[in-house]
Design a protein around this ligand. Structure first.
Ligand code: NAG
Ligand code: NAG
Ligand code: NAG
Ligand code: NAG
Ligand code: NAG
Ligand code: NAG
Length: 926
């Protein structure tokens, strides 16, 4: 890691210090803080480092790590592993974009080999959790931010293991607008990848080659899961000709002078994206640095699993940056990316050269936290006490953890509820800023040297406890204070207050201590001696104890309130199903007699199925209609009422994708349900098991089955009033009729969901492997539980695997969801596709279903799609599949030609992106 050259300027100011930026020269906008250092120095690449020696807290350690001799990495500053936060404050130019970098080299400084884990935040925003996993490796994090105030604070907090520490803190002012986004007032960009492709060494490129000191990692640097799965035929190329990068913030010339090209027609890479999954900003930087002969072209498409729209884009450098050696940048400002990113650049069929890539940047959107709404008010208080340590803790008053002398509410935008500033030598008037903290419950300003009148606290309606004793306050005891509706304790003894104490309003149980104010007297109001309980001059330990107890009480009280509300919600969500008479005929349903059924089933001769609720027999009615008779196990229904409810409900539901309930029988201690007969059995039998050998259903048929079943469930959710949640969606509950159309069966577990109520609390039922984990944990049933189960069915359709298996999914995995997720998220869809499908499917439709399936099995219901969305996606997949079947029919005459081509990219001459995509997303399969 060596580069050369000069200089910087730095401006910093640390907590506690008077904010005097000292600047010695050169590059404006650079701050390079050597944490734990003690001298100014210039490093070998010309960065000017300055020590953080004005910081009054934390301790310094020196370390020595083999292979890391840079001076800034020989020292660090560490902080107590307590509940506080420790902040650096940096001066910046407001409304300017900066790159902020923090680095951490543990080096076993504490001789403990206890690898630290702690949080780092920018202002109130949680930036990252630093997890040290190697004593000798530098952890580095970067943020691109538009600053909106003249200073920023960077704080370490939440020491989870080991001791929090920091090695360097660097700030680089950016010029121009390369990192402008529409969202920059609400989001920071957290840097995940910044890669120089075709690099000629392992060393990164940074300052001075990059005037903003961005670090462009070499694509040959060796890191775990970093740029692996490189396609065969990938070659590094470089040029000595300067590149026209056009704008200053573009990648530096040296980065653009190298590239990789895919000589076999494609480039592929896989890498872990720190911070993802999430939404991000992703750009590639391209410049033609090879000589193309006349008539040659270089056109290619990006492919990222799940980003089909992206594959419609054709990257053509010549068209966008005509002539050689000119930069063309292409990218997306908001894209959803996984943690494990597999991407591919594949040449189009009409391009003569394979793809080229010079550099790439991927940043994740990090939502800004605006912090406590009390920030401004409390800052105005601090400004009166700048030299005091308590006034310099830095950052947000409440986030990520509160200052040592405040307590905050637990709202997402926390308010200050308590202030503890007893005995802090405060002088002057009581700061007016305090009266603007409208969430205040408790104030302790006793034992200071405060003078002047007591200000108007009437905006602090929640104030309960006020300690102003042992100051030099003058003037009257304000009426507004006495009348606060929640005030319970007011201590003003030993001041110089005067006048008369007026009515305490409705506060009959107010504890008021006004002793030791020579000129303050009881008025004619309702203040009795009893109310004015005198507590001696109260300071020190007993008070602290009292504070703790009181604040504990306050929190408990709040919690309780919250819980009782919760409780209420639970109650409301429970409901009773309006019931039929227990015996008489069931409304809307046909009643069959036992003898009739006995005849039609030939004395229950032919068993066609069995499930958790009983055995199913084949039967034929007098009119030749075939039926399935489900004889319910006697313990399936606890009572007649449940049976009636269920039957009445089921017979009201009619949909072409739901197995129809024809009637019921309730005689001689038996409960039976009579359904239409489904000739082709269950979906399960058609997907796996011994019966499928050689005759498993093809992909388009599977999609159609999925569509039918999804529509059936969608109808239950949206077409019925009240909505019905199936509760036991699984492949053995999807039945196929004579024409192989699917219908959903077995509403045995269904319960009605009341209108307008989002969940029904009930005992968890369902089938292992299909059971929504959120439902299992919370016992709150929603329609999204069915969506989960349906997602499992989609995975079964793709893979032909059972939902739960002891040996199909490899070690430590019994569950299709885990297994499929692992493959799909790493871009390896081929690894899960049912071999029985052979090659007879379109990869795009497969991806579509795979992605939707993963959405369906998201751990949290609110992240899952609705059944209607699922139906739509399946229909899209079907139309893709049908279109590609047509295309491949048309192209079958070309297949000789295509298989004779060396590159897998050339699927004949058509430029239909569907066919191209199919080939480029299947790397070397053919
Ligand atoms: C570093 O340089 C600044 C500016 O010249 C100076 O104020 C400061 O005292 C120096 N610090 C040390 C430790 O030499
Ligand atoms: C601190 O970190 C731990 C583990 O990383 C986490 O569980 C906890 O919520 C964090 N606490 C705060 C206050 O952020
Ligand atoms: C950024 O802009 C400032 C002000 O226009 C200028 O002084 C500085 O040199 C620029 N920095 C770079 C690296 O171009
Ligand atoms: C670039 O210049 C260096 C040194 O002058 C030379 O070794 C190298 O071969 C040149 N590279 C190309 C691609 O021309
Ligand atoms: C990005 O797109 C998603 C989905 O369209 C949206 O929810 C999000 O707000 C967008 N912006 C950012 C910065 O994530
Ligand atoms: C207050 O001032 C006194 C006397 O100057 C000093 O001894 C004491 O440490 C100070 N207390 C605080 C909290 O600053």
């Amino acid at each position: 890691m060596e580069i050369k050259l000069p200089f910087i300027f730095f401006s910093l100011s640390l907590i506690i210090l008077l904010l005097v930026p000292f600047s010695f020269a050169q590059i404006p906008g650079f701050v390079s803080l050597d944490c734990g250092g003690n001298v100014n120095f210039t490093d070998e690449i010309g960065l000017k480092w300055t020590p953080d020696d004005k910081l009054t807290y934390g301790e310094i350690s020196t370390i020595s790590v083999a292979n890391e001799k840079r001076k800034q990495y020989t020292t660090l500053r560490h902080f107590p592993a307590d509940a506080r936060k420790y902040c650096y404050k940096l001066d910046v130019v407001s409304r300017t974009r900066y790159l902020l970098r923090a680095t951490f080299l543990y080096g076993n400084f504490d001789n403990n080999n206890m690898y630290p884990k702690f949080d780092i935040s920018v202002g109130a925003t949680h930036w990252s959790t630093i997890v040290i996993s190697d004593a000798n490796t530098i952890e580095s994090i970067e943020l691109i931010l538009l600053v909106t105030s003249p200073t920023i604070t960077v704080c370490l907090s939440n020491a989870t293991t080991g001791t929090p520490f920091i090695s360097t803190l660097e700030l680089r002012q950016l010029n121009g607008s390369v990192y402008y986004t529409d969202f920059e007032n609400r989001y920071y960009l957290s840097v995940s990848a910044r890669i120089n492709f075709g690099a000629q060494s392992n060393a990164p490129i940074r300052y001075p080659d990059d005037p903003f000191d961005r670090i462009w990692e070499s694509d040959s640097s060796k890191k775990a899961n970093y740029l692996v799965d490189v396609a065969p035929g990938t070659q590094k190329i470089s040029t000595n000709v300067s590149i026209d990068v056009n704008r200053i913030e573009m990648p530096p010339v040296k980065v653009m002078q190298t590239a990789v090209v895919g000589t076999n027609g494609f480039l592929t890479y896989r890498l872990d994206l720190e911070g993802f999954p999430g939404f991000g900003w992703a750009f590639v930087y391209l410049a033609e640095i090879e000589d193309l002969a006349k008539g040659e072209s270089r056109k290619f498409r990006p492919v990222i699993p799940g980003q089909l729209d992206l594959s419609k884009v054709v990257l053509n450098i010549e068209e966008n940056a005509p002539g050689k050696y000119r930069l063309y940048e292409a990218g997306v400002t908001n894209i959803s990316l996984p943690y494990v990113l597999s991407f591919k650049l594949g040449k189009t069929s009409d391009s003569s050269r394979g793809p080229l890539l010079n550099a790439m940047e991927i940043n994740k959107y990090l939502e800004k936290n605006d912090g406590s709404p009390d920030g401004d008010a409390i800052s105005s208080v601090l400004s009166n006490y700048t030299p005091a340590e308590w006034a310099n803790e830095g950052g947000d008053p409440c986030l990520p953890v509160p200052w040592s002398w405040v307590h905050c509410s637990s709202d997402p935008q926390p308010r200050i509820i308590s202030i503890f500033l007893s005995n802090k030598n405060m002088t002057g008037n009581i700061p007016l800023g305090i009266t603007k903290l409208t969430g205040l419950v408790e104030i302790w300003l006793d034992g200071n040297m405060l003078t002047g009148p007591i200000p108007d606290f009437s905006r602090c309606r929640d104030l309960m406890i006020v300690h102003l004793e042992n100051n030099q306050l003058t003037g009257p005891l304000p009426n507004t204070l006495m009348k606060l509706p929640n005030l319970r304790q007011l201590y003003v003894q030993n001041n110089m207050l005067s006048g008369r104490i007026v009515s305490t309003g409705s506060n009959n149980d107010l504890i008021l201590n006004y002793n030791g104010n020579l000129n303050l007297h009881k008025g004619k109001g309702r203040v009795s001696d009893k109310q004015a309980i005198i507590i001696g001059s109260a300071v020190g330990a007993p008070i602290l104890l009292l504070v703790t107890i009181l604040s504990f009480l306050v929190t408990c009280k709040r919690k309780k309130k919250y819980n009782s509300k919760d409780h209420l919600a639970c109650h409301r969500s429970q409901f009773m199903i309006s019931s039929n008479n227990d015996d008489g005929p069931i409304e809307g349903a046909q009643c069959f007699s036992y003898s009739e059924l006995k005849i039609s089933t030939n004395n229950f001769e032919k068993k066609v199925g069995s499930g958790g609720f009983g055995v199913v027999y084949y039967g034929k009615l007098d009119d030749e209609k075939e039926i399935a008779v489900k004889v319910l196990a006697s313990d399936s229904y606890q009572g007649k009422r449940e049976f009636s409810n269920e039957v009445s409900l089921l017979s009201r539901i009619h949909h072409r994708n739901l197995v129809e309930l024809l009637g019921y029988c309730r005689e001689e201690g038996n409960c039976m349900l009579i359904y239409e007969f489904m000739h082709n059995g269950t979906l399960k039998e058609h997907l796996y098991g011994p019966l499928t050998q050689g005759r498993s259903i093809n992909w388009i048929k599977r999609l159609e089955v999925a569509e039918d079943a999804a529509k059936g469930i969608e109808y239950l959710h949206t077409g019925c009033t009240p909505a019905v949640i199936h509760r036991d969606v699984k492949s053995s509950n999807i039945l196929l009729d004579r024409h192989m159309r699917a219908k959903v069966s077995d509403f045995g577990l269904s319960k009605i969901a009341a209108e307008g109520v989002s969940h029904v609390s009930s005992v968890v039922r369902g089938t292992v492997g299909y059971l929504d984990p959120e439902y299992y944990i919370s016992q709150q049933l929603t329609d999204k539980s069915d969506v989960y189960s349906f997602g499992v069915i989609l995975l079964e359709l793709i893979s032909g695997q059972e939902a739960i298996s002891n040996d199909s999914f490899g070690a430590n995995c019994r569950n299709i969801v885990q297994w499929a997720k692992l493959h799909i998220e790493s871009g390896d869809i081929q690894g899960i596709i049912d071999p029985a499908l052979q090659d007879n499917y379109n990869l795009q439709s497969m991806w579509k279903i795979a992605e939707k399936a993963l959405m369906c099995v998201q751990p949290h219901g609110h992240l899952r799609p609705s059944m209607s969305e699922v139906v739509k996606e399946i229909q899209d997949a079907i139309s893709i599949e049908k279109q590609s079947m047509r295309t491949s029919d048309e192209m079958s005459s070309n297949s000789m030609h295509s298989s004779m081509n060396t590159g897998s990219m050339d699927l004949g001459a058509t430029d239909n992106y569907l066919s191209i995509d199919e080939s480029i997303t299947q790397p070397s399969a053919r």
